[in-house]
Design a protein around this ligand. Structure first.
Ligand SMILES: NC(=O)c1ccc[n+]([C@@H]2O[C@H](COP(=O)([O-])OP(=O)(O)OC[C@H]3O[C@@H](n4cnc5c(N)ncnc54)[C@H](OP(=O)(O)O)[C@@H]3O)[C@@H](O)[C@H]2O)c1
Length: 293
């Protein structure tokens, strides 16, 4: 039994103990029954692809299975909303592992925090043996509201009885691609001084999560970041060149405590850089017109 998560602002949860469902195997090559929350999202879709490639049995939890991307055609979709605990046990009924990719930055306290508490309670009730939880590098260093919620979710995972792995990752390439697409609507792009990113290919993060499914619970996993640390100006320069656009890049200050955390590299993990696709390669593959230059 566990009650309460020990973190302010979170509704305490109380669960009765259930024996953990034995996993059919944790060695690589074993077929595992996996539920992916957020399996319709950016990371989740890639996780689903890799789980299927690895021979696992996959179910996706979604609020709206009928609106799921066609690429999930052969995957079983289960209706469930992390905010509504009554919808979760059925979706999890056969699972041995849950890969938890669901998120909603606009409603993080309901989805990322309370939703994660609801998820772990349901997992414990039905006896799921391993939670692979996705988080963001620097959630304990950058004092943004969303990052605080992500850290609260990590604490929930760490303090409950279902065996767990937490994998933090840096920003995904499509996230920065979308950010620059928005910024490039104006003739001037503000580049905060000292703001750097270490972006990574979604596929590299998905591959690491699938390794966790095979290797079993390992607690707080080493951070995972992309191969290069790049300033926003460097990211924008590559992106603009690839899209054959010209914008004025204007340095601006990065003030406040959040600014200092970014300037200090709180969002980076240079000691845990992947060897995967670079930003330039991503931009070229994503359709930049002259990205190879
Ligand atoms: N994006 C990044 O750059 C980045 C970087 C590092 C870490 N991460 C982390 O990686 C994970 C995946 O991020 P992402 O960018 O791939 O997310 P995303 O594309 O925005 O997808 C979010 C998913 O969450 C699901 N969802 C939202 N609210 C839900 C609810 N109430 N109940 C059930 N499912 C719900 C959605 O599924 P339905 O709409 O089908 O219900 C959707 O599939 C998150 O933990 C995120 O914090 C992201």
């Amino acid at each position: 039994m566990f009650d309460g998560i020990g973190d302010p602002g979170l509704t305490p949860v109380t669960v009765t103990h259930s024996p953990t469902r034995p996993m059919s195997g944790t060695g690589s090559g074993d077929r595992v029954k996996v539920v992916v929350t957020g399996g319709t999202g950016l990371l989740g879709r890639s996780v689903v692809d890799r789980l299927l490639e690895a021979g696992h049995e996959v179910r996706v939890l979604s609020r709206n299975p009928s609106g799921a991307p066609a690429s999930l055609g052969e995957v079983q979709l289960c209706r469930g909303d992390l905010r509504d605990p009554t919808t979760l046990p059925d979706a999890l009924s056969t699972a041995e592992v849950v890969v938890h990719c669901a998120t909603d930055p606009r409603s993080a306290s309901d989805v990322d925090v309370t939703g994660t508490a609801n998820l772990v309670r349901a997992m414990h009730t039905v006896g799921v043996g391993h939670l692979v939880h996705v988080s963001i590098v620097g959630v304990d260093r950058v004092p943004m509201r969303f990052y605080r919620a992500k850290r609260q979710a990590e604490l929930i995972v760490e303090q409950q009885p279902v065996p767990w792995t937490v994998q933090r990752a840096t920003q995904f390439y499509p996230f920065l691609d979308r950010m620059l697409t928005r910024l490039a609507r104006l003739p001037i792009i503000a580049c905060p001084r000292g703001l750097r990113f270490q972006p990574i290919a979604v596929e590299d993060v998905a591959a690491r999560l699938v390794q966790h499914v095979s290797s079993g619970p390992s607690g707080m996993a080493p951070d995972l970041g992309g191969p290069e640390v790049l300033s926003q100006k460097e990211l924008a320069t590559t992106w603009l060149r690839a899209h054959d656009r010209r914008r004025l890049l204007v340095p601006v200050p990065l003030p406040g405590t959040i600014g200092r955390a970014f300037r200090d590299g709180g969002n980076l993990c240079p000691d845990h850089a992947s060897h995967g696709m670079t930003w330039r390669e991503y931009v070229a593959a994503a359709g930049g017109v002259g990205a190879a230059r």
